[in-house]
Design a protein around this ligand. Structure first.
Ligand code: ADP
Length: 202
């Protein structure tokens, strides 16, 4: 049997990536979530976390020995060199784990869900790019509701992400998630059909 088609799903914060991948999972499609992988490579006791603690000091750890993400964020967002150091450590590990999981997939196609799919080398993992798209006002409204964040923080995160039009320019398929969830369901049904036939065509 040929390898499953590898499909990337991306979109800005609050666009509905999780809403899309949950629906694909319920159709028995395997989903690799880059956010989960990024947390796994620095889990408590991991060699990467030990290196991080050696480099930044034990203040970067919580009392239970897990990574104190807020503390780490404060350091790397104020010092680009430290951010680079951290990325040089974690990105290869994240890439390795993603590659392994994609290679082990047995569903007709496999999904890599990542907010950073188009920003680095992760796009090389996939053969078809699905962009989940909503207007920025909808991103802000849904994210503030979901995370109980203020609008300012959400807009700061959005400003650090790829602009909407560049993202759309990279899409092989666009899912318009500006409407109700019923409208999303319909688009997922036709996306699934399309990806199944693309995968079957090899
Ligand atoms: P992402 O994973 O891209 O950050 P989510 O899938 O978590 O985005 O969606 C953001 C929030 O908006 C979630 O609370 C989700 O339940 C909600 N949501 C997603 N799609 C819709 C929709 N079509 N209508 C209403 N709410 C939605």
């Amino acid at each position: 049997m040929s390898e499953p088609l590898r499909v990337g799903v991306t979109g800005g914060i609050g666009s509905g990536k999780s809403a899309v991948t949950q629906r694909l999972q319920s159709l028995d499609i395997e989903v690799v979530d880059a956010d989960i992988v990024a947390r796994e490579v620095v889990e408590t006791g991991s060699p990467a976390l030990q290196k991080i603690a050696l480099h930044f000091g034990d203040d970067i750890l919580s009392e239970d020995g897990s990574l104190n993400r807020a503390a780490l964020r404060r350091v790397v967002f104020t010092d680009p060199r430290e951010r680079l150091w951290l990325e040089n450590l974690t990105h290869p590990l994240i890439g390795e784990s993603i590659a392994k999981q994609l290679a082990a997939a047995t569903s007709p196609y496999v999904v890599l869900s990542s907010p950073l799919l188009l920003e680095g080398s992760q796009r090389d993992f996939v053969q078809h790019i699905v962009v989940v798209d909503v207007p920025e006002s909808v991103q802000v409204a849904r994210t503030t509701t979901r995370d109980n964040n203020n609008e300012e923080l959400v807009r700061a995160i959005m400003a650090a992400q790829m602009p909407r039009d560049s993202r759309l320019a990279s899409a092989d398929t666009v899912i318009d998630n500006s409407g109700a969830l019923e409208a999303l369901d319909e688009q997922i049904a036709s996306l699934h059909k399309k990806l199944l036939s693309l995968s079957a065509a090899g």
